[in-house]
Design a protein around this ligand. Structure first.
Ligand SMILES: Cc1cc2nc3c(=O)[nH]c(=O)nc-3n(C[C@H](O)[C@H](O)[C@H](O)COP(=O)(O)O)c2cc1C
Length: 397
């Protein structure tokens, strides 16, 4: 593989494992350039990395360069990928706050390609809310993280914080390098989450949708080179940083946002769980319980997916069907009636499937009647499978 990886080594006990990672990267056919922090150099000698990578190791920002290029910029440009392994709490914190005060942090800041952190630290450090917030922020900005493992730590503690296995880190990096960019130039319109239909100023009707499937699809589409417009009901998730994000509450707001974005979209995935009904009257005052039983009249919400099916031109339209009975029949009917190109159906009563869980098990049906069943898997993994099906469908038209 004719690609260059910049390997950043930071100052923790696991710095010595960086040598094994360097060796495995070279063995995979990658060109490796190593940058060590000052703290890392207190743990292992740069000579080890010079020998393993077959080149000079970057140590100081202001060392006299061998050639007159600005090293942090030229290495950042040359690198197809950055790997910081082990990554200290310090480098994670600095990157999340935009601090560039040494060669490694400055080069990371100049990086255009993917950056992967493999953290390693004491369990209390790893669990510190500040560290966790920094990780969450960086993840939302598109940085990759390889979770540390649990076990006996060098400091004598027991818990999560041990650097992931070198082979696992290298395998992850190779996967990132091989990431398909098969949606470059395509615009996705993805909806996610529930809607909230107000009854009075403090109450609403909603459902258990967590938004995870839609957000996973947005992430996958971005990683595969697409532009993503994400329209989301209220959920507890951070939208991917690079998505164009619109937050909505009600089905009517969702309809407005979707119709506005629809003309520009190439692929529309409606993963939101839009309420079918809304209270006909919204009380301006909080409804009091003194009035005895409460009878609420519900009014039908617009069928957004059906409307899109009628308006559809270049757009490839994908719907979701969350059913608790007669899954195949209901999903196939929806596909036909709403003029969809594909429907992703899931039985929300199946264990590990549907709302509020990290996993899903679905059946994908296309307009041509092809059926594909996917086993239970993480929603993020399933998102890629659904995108693969979209590619297959596009090729067949
Ligand atoms: C013996 C020893 C072990 C350390 N191990 C870790 C570690 O595993 N993870 C970590 O985040 N910091 C660790 N530290 C603290 C870092 O070395 C310190 O935060 C340093 O400023 C990191 O600098 P760097 O991120 O520029 O490499 C350790 C410090 C010492 C003295």
């Amino acid at each position: 593989m004719d690609k260059t990886v910049v390997l950043g080594i930071t100052g923790g006990i696991a710095a010595y494992k960086g040598a094994e990672i360097c060796r495995l990267l070279v063995k995979s056919g990658l060109k490796v350039k190593v940058i060590m922090t000052r703290a890392a150099a207190a743990f292992v000698s740069s000579l080890t990395f010079e020998t393993l990578s077959g080149g000079p190791v970057g140590l100081e920002m202001f060392q006299r360069p061998a050639s007159w290029e600005i090293q942090h910029v030229s290495w950042a440009q040359e690198a197809s990928c950055f790997l910081i392994a082990p990554a200290t709490a310090n480098i994670i914190g600095k990157t999340s706050q935009g601090i560039a005060d040494d060669l490694l942090s400055t080069t990371i800041m100049a990086a255009a390609g993917p950056v992967i952190f493999a953290p390693a630290m004491n369990v209390e450090m790893y669990n510190n809310v500040v560290v966790q917030e920094n990780i969450a922020r960086l993840k939302s900005l598109g940085y990759h993280f390889i979770e540390p493992e649990s076990g006996f730590l060098a400091c004598g503690d027991q818990g999560r914080g041990r650097l992931a296995e070198p082979q696992k880190i290298v395998d992850y990096l190779l996967k990132v390098l091989q990431q398909k960019k098969d949606f470059e130039g395509k615009t996705f319109l993805i909806t996610a989450g529930p809607t909230r239909e107000p009854l009075d100023p403090v109450r609403y009707l909603s459902n258990y949708s967590s938004g995870r499937m839609g957000y996973a699809l947005a992430e996958a589409a971005l990683e595969r080179g697409g532009r993503v417009v994400l329209v989301s009901g209220p959920v507890g998730l951070k939208p991917p940083f690079r998505a164009d994000f619109t937050a909505v509450n009600t089905a009517l707001e969702m309809r407005d946002a979707v119709l506005k974005e629809f003309p520009e979209a190439d692929i529309v995935i409606k993963a939101a769980a839009v309420a079918d009904y809304r209270p006909e009257d919204i009380s301006l005052q909080k409804i009091k319980k003194s009035g005895g039983d409460l009878v609420v009249k519900f009014q039908k919400n617009p069928d957004i997916l059906g409307e899109l099916g009628k308006l559809k031109k270049q757009q490839l339209l994908v719907g979701f069907a969350a059913e608790s009975e007669s899954l195949a029949e209901n999903a196939s009917r929806k596909l036909k009636n709403k003029n969809l190109d594909m429907i992703v159906a899931n039985d929300i009563t199946a264990p590990g499937s549907g709302f509020e869980v990290e996993t899903n098990q679905v059946r994908v049906i296309t307009r041509g009647g092809e059926i594909k069943d996917f086993p239970l898997m993480a929603k993020r993994e399933l998102a890629d499978k659904i995108l693969d099906e979209i590619i297959t469908l596009k090729k067949s038209t």
